[in-house]
Design a protein around this ligand. Structure first.
Ligand SMILES: *[C@@H]1O[C@H](CO)[C@@H](O)[C@H](O)[C@H]1NC(C)=O
Ligand SMILES: *[C@@H]1O[C@H](CO)[C@@H](O)[C@H](O)[C@H]1NC(C)=O
Ligand SMILES: *[C@@H]1O[C@H](CO)[C@@H](O)[C@H](O)[C@H]1NC(C)=O
Length: 508
């Protein structure tokens, strides 16, 4: 998957901003922002304060930078972060776009008064650096902007920092998804796991099988993601350095698929007659695999990421067991009464189908990554799976759709993904983790407050140095400030505890 502006060569990016003169030394009360969320690997802040003037501020590419104007990801990020850093200025100015491009072109004369430099080997690293930079700027009560002299060296602890949204149990409007991607970028998440279809509804509008959403969505026009909606999500995410991994879970979790695709699901029997209800995908017939092949071929084409999540969880065997054709098939295959063998047979054949889909496009290392979902015993699972040499993702302790009274972010913060019994080699196989927001009780009315700032705890765990982030009490004031920053950026992040923000959510 070739993102624009990346290539095998290193990209180095510099930006510069111009600073006005320091304010004279009369006292102004300044709402201090100390620190950055998630905490950088190295952060040295000083009391050397500079004022920033929006009129004289610009981002530019360094002369020796491999990225230059025309790198769409960074050009767009410069515009976004300009508005984030100077919200008042942005709001007050109807002429923003014109003015802004003026600054870029015209304003390198005052650069000598002050400059900041960001160096990164990739465009994606530059995006993360811009985010940290934006969190360092603060405003006093008179609306003036300041930034202290600061040195940051930063990189993520884990490569995979995911967030799952479930759009099957409730439909989430496109804008709710886009806004979630914005907030993810603020916390340096880099994978959007889109649990797009499931038992309750099939909102993905397929080109090959339009009946899947025509009949399987909650509504065929208003509660679907069209091809262009999906493109928008992928592009919005890409511009923020976020990959989109769709999940098409089967053979279980497919009730909604059956509505638009006759003969896909296993008819359940009551005694000798079909009961009228359906179970998991029918793994005994060839038409199933032909269908999966066409669907996955389309999915691979529409979602360019090199991973697709194929689910394979929570298959109920009762219906398979009731069906005489399935039982005959089991005998023929020599599976006895072991339905897990039938499930494996299906998963293997689907994965082979899947591999074919891949080979069709490009060759990619095929090691499967295992995601740990199951509750209390995740340390044991981590031990076992990494011992077998699998790369793993940790999700079990981060089901943040579960809520409880009080500061439950502390539970997420206390999770230590590499704290299990195993060798150093095993620990390296933990490639990251994922926050999951399952949709039984969540739609656009409560998505943002439930996600933010609670997901930020996992974001810091996945990004920052373990030793420097052991203490949740130390993290608390920084998280409170970050939560206020989220509010200021238009994310309805819920409060952590008693207190106030300078820019409160106005309830409109
Ligand atoms: C920033 O500079 C101001 C003014 O010198 C100082 O009071 C404040 O503590 C500094 N902030 C940080 C985070 O060092
Ligand atoms: C301003 O930018 C122009 C064009 O990039 C360059 O030739 C000139 O040296 C710059 N001036 C200063 C003071 O940096
Ligand atoms: C790691 O796990 C052990 C055993 O559960 C626990 O005692 C220890 O405090 C944990 N360490 C960290 C840093 O969380």
């Amino acid at each position: 998957y070739k993102y624009q502006c990346t290539s095998s060569i290193l990209v180095s990016v510099l930006f510069q901003y111009s600073l006005g003169l320091n304010w004279p030394t009369f006292y102004v009360w300044v709402q201090q922002v100390d620190g950055v969320w998630p905490l950088p690997q190295q952060l040295d802040q000083s009391a050397d304060r500079n004022s920033l003037s929006p009129q004289r501020f610009s981002f530019t590419y360094g002369r020796d930078s491999a990225a230059q104007t025309g790198c769409s990801v960074l050009d767009a990020a410069f515009k976004r972060y300009f508005s984030i850093i100077f919200p008042d200025f942005t709001k007050g100015s109807a002429m923003l776009t014109t003015l802004y491009s003026c600054f870029v072109v015209a304003d390198n004369l005052s650069v000598s008064e002050g400059q900041a430099v960001l160096r990164s080997v990739t465009v994606w690293g530059a995006l993360r650096g811009l985010e940290s930079f934006s969190q360092l700027v603060y405003q006093d009560d008179y609306g003036s902007y300041f930034i202290n002299k600061t040195e940051i060296v930063d990189f993520p602890r884990f490569a995979f920092r995911g967030l799952l949204l479930d759009t099957s149990r409730h439909y989430l409007p496109l804008h709710a998804i886009l806004k979630t991607l914005d907030a993810m970028a603020y916390s340096k998440f880099n994978v959007f796991h889109w649990h797009i279809v499931d038992d309750p509804s099939f909102p993905y509008q397929s080109r090959t099988f339009p009946d899947l959403s025509n009949k399987g969505a909650f509504h065929p026009f208003t509660h679907v993601y069209t091809q262009s909606d999906v493109m928008r999500v992928i592009e919005h995410a890409r511009m923020r350095g976020i990959r989109v991994i769709p999940e098409f879970d089967s053979p279980g979790h497919t009730q909604s698929w059956g509505k638009g695709q006759p003969n896909l699901l296993t008819p359940c029997y009551k005694g000798d007659v079909p009961s009228g209800s359906f179970g998991p995908v029918d793994p005994t017939v060839d038409t199933t695999y032909k269908f999966m092949e066409s669907l996955l071929k389309e999915v691979k084409f529409v979602f360019p990421d090199s991973y697709v999540h194929l689910g394979g969880d929570e298959v109920s065997f009762a219906c398979w067991q009731s069906n005489p054709n399935v039982r005959t098939f089991m005998e023929k295959m020599g599976f006895g009464k072991d339905f897990t063998k039938l499930e494996s047979f299906y998963m293997e054949r689907t994965s082979i189908v899947w591999q074919d889909v891949f080979d069709y496009h490009e060759r990619i290392p095929q090691d499967t990554v295992l995601e740990i979902w199951k509750g209390e015993t995740y340390q044991a699972e981590l031990s076992r799976m990494t011992k077998a040499g699998h790369r793993v993702l940790l999700s079990a302790p981060w089901y943040i759709n579960h809520i409880s009274y009080g500061q439950d972010w502390r539970n997420s913060y206390a999770v230590q993904p590499q704290n299990f019994s195993g060798t150093e080699e095993q620990k390296k196989l933990v490639i990251g983790g994922e926050v999951a927001m399952w949709g039984e009780y969540v739609d656009a009315t409560n998505l943002n407050p439930r996600l933010w700032p609670r997901a930020c705890a996992a974001a810091e765990r996945l990004w920052s140095d373990e030793e420097k982030t052991l203490n949740a009490d130390l993290a608390f004031p920084r998280l409170e400030k970050f939560r206020c920053e989220l509010l200021r950026r238009g994310i309805q992040a819920e409060p952590l505890f008693v207190g106030h923000c300078k820019h409160e959510y106005d309830g409109l």
